[in-house]
Design a protein. Structure first.
Length: 405
């Protein structure tokens, strides 16, 4: 446990979520599952784990290089320019089945390279036949934006185009881009529903569909909406489901919509092996002062703080800025341009602290986050795992601190 004598080793910042109001993920505004109250009671001992005490992970043998996939010269050039030589395990095992046209279920922890695992073979297919269309659905605006950024880098100079369709940004511009019939449409469920209602998107034209972080979308109550989208797509299509877990609701969709899928599982355990986890025990009236004590130390150079509500996130970020910290916030009530600006500044190290709701807990790939601080407890242990997965990525060591009473 973190005690007063150890406080000078760390600093951080936090995310927030509301006990009776789920964060806005840019999802469908139709019939949703009932709002989830405080989830499971999590044993505090699960928040304490030294990185060196992680059980050894069996090394996964990589069978391929990127040259083995025989991508077209332009895609191979783009990979080489980004120093892509050896695929990650999920890429190594997924790319060939996707190139072969197989439906696929990809199960892998955060930070394992899932985005490239589906983007690269789909870019290859669309470059060979520009009439093909890909629909990618993600739970959050930030993840959709990140997928689009990766698509643009991988497909540079190949004459392939994308439309990103997310809430919080003008819908008119998105309608204009869709009318140009881009090869890839990347969106969140809510904005895709808005566009369908306006009759500017037709799901029957897509021959490929990717559901990224599908467990999160189903947890948000979108099983009915996802079922409707898949039902409108042609029967002759390729469906790719990517997820960290395989709950019963996903199995129902798999049985209904996937044809003889190949399942790839490269999960390596509950938490990143490089994350040193500990708790900070503190009374509520001393919580903010304790946080500041941590944040002024040299080790906490780039900190994500998770809190429970949108209002709490905004207040915490404002209080930190008032007290001289370089901080900003992202949550569902902020405009997309504001969220993108804060995220970009954090990525570029113009901010030390980013305070957010769980909108940032999944999928985002931010380099060199030194610490994740759970200023309030997550609803579930699964949420905790995804929060702390923002640090300790690759071969870097990270730290996760959880405030408890």
């Amino acid at each position: 446990m973190y005690n007063q004598n150890r406080s000078k080793r760390f600093s951080s910042s936090g995310f927030s979520r509301n006990n009776n109001q789920r964060p806005s993920y840019g999802g469908f505004r139709g019939n949703r599952a009932p709002t989830k109250m405080r989830g499971e009671k999590i044993d505090e001992s699960k928040f304490v784990k030294k990185s060196c005490n992680q059980p050894p992970v069996q090394e996964v043998r990589i069978e391929n290089t990127f040259l083995s996939f025989n991508f077209c010269p332009m895609l191979s050039r783009n990979l080489a320019s980004r120093n892509y030589a050896t695929p990650t395990p999920i890429q190594d095992q997924s790319i060939k089945p996707i190139l072969e046209g197989r439906d696929l279920i990809g199960l892998a922890n955060t930070g394992t390279g899932k985005t490239a695992a589906f983007l690269l073979p789909l870019i290859e297919k669309c470059f060979a036949d520009r009439s093909k269309k890909v629909l990618i659905i993600a739970p959050t605006r930030e993840l959709a934006q990140q997928i689009d950024e990766e698509f643009r880098k991988f497909s540079s100079g190949m004459g392939l185009y994308s439309a990103i369709c997310v809430g919080g940004t003008p819908i008119g511009r998105q309608i204009s881009i869709l009318q140009r019939r881009p090869n890839f449409v990347i969106g969140t469920p809510g904005r895709l529903k808005d566009l369908e209602d306006r009759k500017v998107i037709d799901f029957s034209i897509f021959r490929f569909v990717v559901l990224d972080e599908i467990d999160r979308m189903l947890d948000m109550g979108f099983v009915g909406e996802i079922t409707r989208v898949l039902s409108q797509m042609p029967s002759e299509r390729q469906s790719l489901f990517f997820s960290a877990t395989l709950p019963p609701k996903i199995k129902i969709l798999v049985n209904q919509f996937l044809l003889n899928p190949v399942t790839i599982q490269v999960s390596t355990g509950d938490t990143a092996k490089n994350v040193d986890q500990d708790i900070v025990r503190v009374c509520d009236d001393q919580k903010f002062d304790r946080l500041k004590e941590l944040l002024i130390t040299d080790q906490l150079r780039k900190v994500l703080i998770f809190s429970e509500t949108k209002r709490g996130v905004e207040k915490l970020a404002g209080d930190l800025v008032r007290d001289g910290f370089k901080a900003d916030s992202i949550h569902g009530n902020k405009r997309q341009t504001q969220r993108q600006k804060a995220l970009l500044q954090f990525k570029q190290n113009e901010l030390q602290i980013l305070v957010a709701t769980d909108v940032a807990a999944r999928g985002l790939d931010i380099n060199n986050v030194t610490h994740v601080i759970n200023y309030t407890l997550p609803q579930t242990y699964d949420d905790y795992i995804h929060r702390i997965g923002r640090t300790g990525r690759g071969d870097k060591k990270g730290f996760a601190l959880t405030f408890v009473r």
